[in-house]
Design a protein around this ligand. Structure first.
Ligand code: LMR
Length: 394
């Protein structure tokens, strides 16, 4: 039966992690997959998460099924973290999903059900899994201009001109903050313009926010999302707890639908529940139960916010250290962009050949599109990275 299967295409990020693990060189450096590492090179379990796990171990009395929408306390807590009691809260409904990727797929399936000919517009470039997920749901995919390879900033004018030409058959997928892969975020002015265009043109904003708290702060990072939620009748959101709660392997995420009325939002949620039933029935519980407990306990919420801030400060400090070291080594200011970008990543502009050379000759792993995970860097590796960048002619 399976002889005719095509050779599966390896995922550019996850296959890199496998190759990294197999590499026996002691000086190897992983700047590939988007995980945070502390000064010891560990991806730690956050203390607030450990406290929640202890609570759950002591309190949880059953492993009985939870339900198709997952943990409803989690759903409300996450919706509040994102929307912060804006008016949109009253016409929003949320379902827990296996990671934000699970949320992306469910929402893509929902779009396909509601509007089979819809086109989903992605930033050029976008997260490597956006296109495959939208395509797998049978949706048309197109790209709006986003990243300027020269300035390493967003081509806001070109992007806005493109969005101005869209209409009610179009869905515009936007990164809420900390753009993956580029690290270049939209300005507040650009969000304000999108907030004018979306209701005028009738396209549906779809916000993927996987790094809330890794840019300018939890509330600041939700600026664009909250602004759009106030002015758009309809909007879709996916969010992840992988990074800001460090729950990567627990696959904890959510999908939210904002509709003109709460009845319509609840109906969309019911449709998402049927879609999840057909796909995986219900999401895994543990991570969401931890998040619900943290966000439902004032002291733990405060601890979690502090821990998130420590992670964020560490990334910011790595960004300035790397910028200074690279600028100094190349006697230029070519690397200023590293400290201007937000979140875990920056796109370096290195060519596939340079990336191969970094891996083969210098044991430095980066995704083929030139994305560097700065949150994966150790202070002790900065010199090696700088020398390797110079050696490949970065
Ligand atoms: C990444 O972009 O590296 C992460 O979000 C991991 C993933 O699932 O691709």
């Amino acid at each position: 039966m399976f002889e005719s299967l095509p050779v599966a295409k390896a995922d550019p990020i996850l296959s890199l992690t496998v190759a990294f693990r197999q590499d026996t060189r002691p000086n190897k450096v992983d700047l590939g997959i988007g995980v945070y590492r502390d000064a010891l090179g560990k991806t730690p379990i956050m203390k607030s998460v450990s406290a929640a796990q202890e609570y759950l171990f002591a309190q949880q009395e059953s492993k009985g099924y939870v339900g198709l929408a997952g943990n409803e306390s989690f759903n409300i807590a996450m919706q509040t973290l994102l929307l912060n009691n804006t008016n949109a809260m009253a016409r929003a409904a949320t379902i827990q999903t296996p990671g934000a990727s699970g949320g992306l797929r469910l929402l893509a399936d929902l779009i396909k059900q509601a509007k089979p000919n819809a086109t989903v517009w992605l930033s050029d470039p976008s997260y490597v899994n956006h296109h495959p997920i939208m395509e797998a749901a049978g949706l048309n995919v197109a790209y709006y201009p986003y990243f300027d390879a020269q300035t390493k900033q967003v081509k806001e004018q070109a992007m806005l001109e493109c969005l101005a030409g869209l209409g009610s058959d179009d869905v515009v997928l936007l990164h809420g903050c900390c753009h993956n892969p580029t690290g270049a975020d939209l300005s507040k002015q650009a969000w304000q313009q999108i907030a004018q265009l979306a209701p005028k043109c009738g396209f549906l904003p779809f916000i993927d926010i996987a790094y809330q708290g890794f840019g300018d702060g939890l509330d600041e990072d939700a600026y664009g999302l909250r602004l759009l939620s106030e002015v758009c009748d309809e909007m879709l959101i996916t969010a992840s707890c992988s990074k800001n709660f460090g729950l990567y392997r627990e696959r904890t995420g959510m999908a939210c639908v904002i509709s003109p009325s709460i009845e319509q939002a609840q109906n969309a949620k019911a449709n998402l529940m049927s879609l999840s039933r057909k796909t995986y029935t219900m999401p895994p519980d543990w991570g969401a139960a931890c998040v619900a407990h943290i966000l439902g306990t004032e002291r733990l919420t405060a601890n979690w916010r502090e821990e998130l801030d420590v992670m964020n400060q560490r990334i910011l400090s790595l960004r300035t250290t790397l910028r200074d070291a690279l600028n100094q080594a190349t006697n230029s200011n070519r690397f200023d962009y590293i400290a201007l970008h937000k979140g875990m990543f920056s796109v370096t502009g290195l060519t596939p050949k340079q990336i191969d050379c970094l891996r083969d000759d210098h044991a430095i792993y980066m995704v083929g599109d030139g994305r560097m995970n700065i949150a994966g860097l150790l202070e002790a590796d900065v010199q090696q990275v700088v020398e390797a960048f110079v050696a490949v002619g970065a």
